[in-house]
Design a protein around this ligand. Structure first.
Ligand code: FE
Length: 134
């Protein structure tokens, strides 16, 4: 799906989703509709439907974006070094369609917003996700 023309995504996604998923935008913190979602289920790519995260790994990071400690299956996302905006970060994209999802951070247990036990914090835009209760 990575070879789909931008016109395909423009038609498929809402303007807000398009800005984030295809143009690597970031939604305003604390605005995403899945931020406080605590139902059991699977978070899929909003653009192509690939399963990305399980509710089992979702936690409240306080960052303002839905946060997960792990992906549902390793090969379903790709990690890309991102040095934009004067920061060194790791971008997370959907391995199937190439859509922008968010960033992943290495947190220490003591860091505010990190997972309690330390480890990875996948900070993902609500707009990039489609939740299905299971
Ligand atoms: Fe996708």
């Amino acid at each position: 799906m990575k070879d789909k023309p931008e016109s395909y995504w423009k038609e498929k996604l809402t303007p807000e989703q398009y800005k984030i998923v295809r143009e690597k935008g970031t939604e305003e913190p604390f605005t995403g509709e899945l931020l406080h979602n605590k139902e059991d289920g699977v978070y899929r790519c909003a653009a192509c439907g690939t399963p990305l995260f399980s509710s089992n790994t979702k936690f409240d990071s306080g960052s303002g974006w839905p946060s997960f400690t792990d992906v549902i299956e390793k090969g379903n996302v790709e990690l890309i070094p991102d040095d934009s905006h004067g920061m060194h970060r790791t971008e997370v994209i959907c391995a199937t369609c190439g859509g922008h999802l968010g960033h992943v951070f290495e947190d220490l247990p003591s860091q505010a917003g990190g997972p309690k036990e330390g480890g990875k914090r996948y900070c993902i835009n609500s707009c990039s996700l489609d939740f299905k209760e299971e």
